[in-house]
Design a protein around this ligand. Structure first.
Ligand code: AMP
Length: 491
């Protein structure tokens, strides 16, 4: 697959080549032809998948025929509006628009709050075809009549789920009401909650659904481990791991706000500096907790899935699933918070017997068996006996291995085979081949499951395909799902 084969114009291909991109990423390969064809799109894709170029390139191409070099602002009505939840993202997207429109006479500007409006008004008066904006400040311009949205042909909602979390949906509805009814709509969101489905159902017309996951999701940089524990002992195990691995900082995921509050208090009682963030906490409190976390004063951020979605923390060495999510896709989103920006990451899941079904669904989705590590004193026989995998200790933030382990073989039938016979755990004693290496602090005992390595996904298979997300709104046509990711730039 090449950018040429996607039907992009020579000017755009040149701009892409200038960036050193050799191949389109999965979202680009899927989205570009559909957007070029003028169709509405709803895409599940996060930052890091190449989504910005995925919508910017075809938009520029669609706007290109009418591009002109006239200096009259009247000849440059706003034809594309991109809405983003944050100032940073708005600035980033507009920078991409400028990068890719280098050889095309289309103009763009960025509009967000917290800065003087005058330069923005001046830019708008000068005439721009593409506006990237945050909703609040855009509405300020609408109120002051310094912007005219009556000729918008394409609307993009970027990180729609985050806009929803941040309470922007009423603003978005007010903005949409100002746009021509006939337009192309593109909606990008990390996940598709019921609220997002409702939003896209009302906004999009027969959208094409595209789904890709974060580039690093379950990729080589993220070491995934399951610790098996009784549900009543998870808190104790977590404290133990925090102290012994050690875990300097982590986001710990919970299913409920109540659970997050309770765990947070327990950790604090254990002398671990923790903060809970969820939707019952005020925005000010959440912002403060995040600032303290980024500053290192808070060690553990206990979060629900929704609250964690707006978090932007790079270089997170550990993500802990204290409870597995109900929806397997959320696992991919959760662990995508670690192993970013080229640094190694660890995704730890504390799994009790009651969660074996969720674990199986996650493993099915990511097409890989997550390695299982047993810790003496915490382990239970049941779970540790399914599947198979090689066990290594989690990576530390610096890339050194703080856990030195060797696998312990258990000659057991594969989980599928066992469950076909009975769900009851196998009780015969494990055949330990070796365990003499010191297990730093945790008495950690990796368990090798009976699947041979040939069935493990190779690096090239780490971009697993996923089932298409549920159809939203008006009978979308679904494109086969792919994971995000693209080849590295040539050196
Ligand atoms: P995004 O997901 O849009 O935030 O993009 C993530 C990063 O990937 C940006 O730094 C882009 O410059 C880069 N990128 C986008 N498309 C490609 C591509 N086809 N090949 C290599 N890098 C890319």
């Amino acid at each position: 697959m090449t950018f040429e084969s996607l039907g992009l114009s020579p000017e755009l291909l040149r701009a892409v080549a200038d960036q050193g991109y050799t191949e389109p990423s999965p979202i680009q390969a899927q989205a570009i032809p559909v957007i070029l064809a003028g169709q509405d799109v709803q895409a599940a894709a996060q930052t890091g998948t190449g989504k910005t170029a995925g919508f910017t390139l075809p938009i520029l191409q669609r706007l290109q025929p009418l591009a002109n070099t006239s200096v009259s602002p009247a000849k440059h009505p706003i034809r594309c509006l991109v809405l983003t939840p944050t100032r940073e993202l708005a600035a980033q997207v507009e920078a991409s628009v400028k990068t890719y429109s280098k050889y095309i006479p289309l103009r763009s500007t960025v509009i967000y709050g917290g800065v003087n409006m005058d330069p923005q008004i001046k830019a708008l008066q000068g005439g721009v075809e593409i506006v990237v904006a945050t909703p609040g400040r855009l509405l300020d311009h609408v109120q002051q009549r310094t912007i005219n949205l009556s000729q918008v042909e394409i609307l993009v909602l970027d990180e729609a789920d985050r806009m929803l979390d941040m309470g922007f949906i009423p603003d978005i509805r007010r903005i949409v009401a100002l746009l021509p009814a006939r337009r192309q709509n593109l909606l990008f969101s990390a996940t598709f909650s019921d609220d997002i489905k409702k939003l896209s159902g009302g906004l999009l017309t027969t959208p094409v659904t595209i789904e890709v996951a974060r580039r690093n999701a379950t990729a080589d940089l993220v070491r995934q481990v399951v610790y098996h524990a009784h549900k009543d002992r998870k808190r104790e195990l977590l404290t133990h791991l925090i102290r012994t691995l050690p875990i300097e900082q982590a986001i710990v995921f919970m299913r409920t706000k109540h659970g997050a509050n309770r765990l947070c208090s327990q950790l604090v009682r254990d002398g671990i500096n923790a903060e809970a963030i969820h939707s019952d906490k005020t925005q000010a409190h959440r912002t403060q907790s995040l600032t303290d976390f980024k500053g290192g004063q808070v060690k553990i951020l206990v979060a629900t899935d929704i609250a964690a979605r707006g978090l932007d923390v790079d270089q997170m060495p550990y993500v802990v699933n204290y409870e597995l999510p109900h929806v397997p896709e959320d696992y991919v989103h959760r662990i995508g918070r670690t192993g970013r920006a080229g640094s190694p990451g660890n995704a730890i899941s504390l799994v009790c017997d009651e969660e074996s079904r969720e674990l199986a669904e996650i493993e099915k989705l990511i097409k890989t068996k997550i390695e299982l590590v047993a810790i003496e004193g915490f382990d239970q026989p049941g779970l540790s006996e399914g599947g198979a995998r090689e066990a290594r200790g989690p990576r530390s933030g610096e890339g050194t291995t703080s856990h030195r382990e060797r696998p312990v073989h258990r000659e057991r039938p594969a989980r599928e085979e066992r469950s076909a016979r009975s769900e009851a755990p196998h009780n015969s004693a494990p055949r330990t081949t070796e365990a003499e290496l010191p297990r730093a602090a945790a008495n950690e005992k990796p368990v090798r499951r009976t699947q041979d390595d040939s069935t493990r996904p190779s690096a090239s298979q780490s971009h697993f395909s996923r089932p298409p997300i549920a159809s939203l709104g008006k009978k979308p046509r679904e494109v086969p799902a792919l994971l995000g990711g693209f080849p590295k730039k040539p050196a």
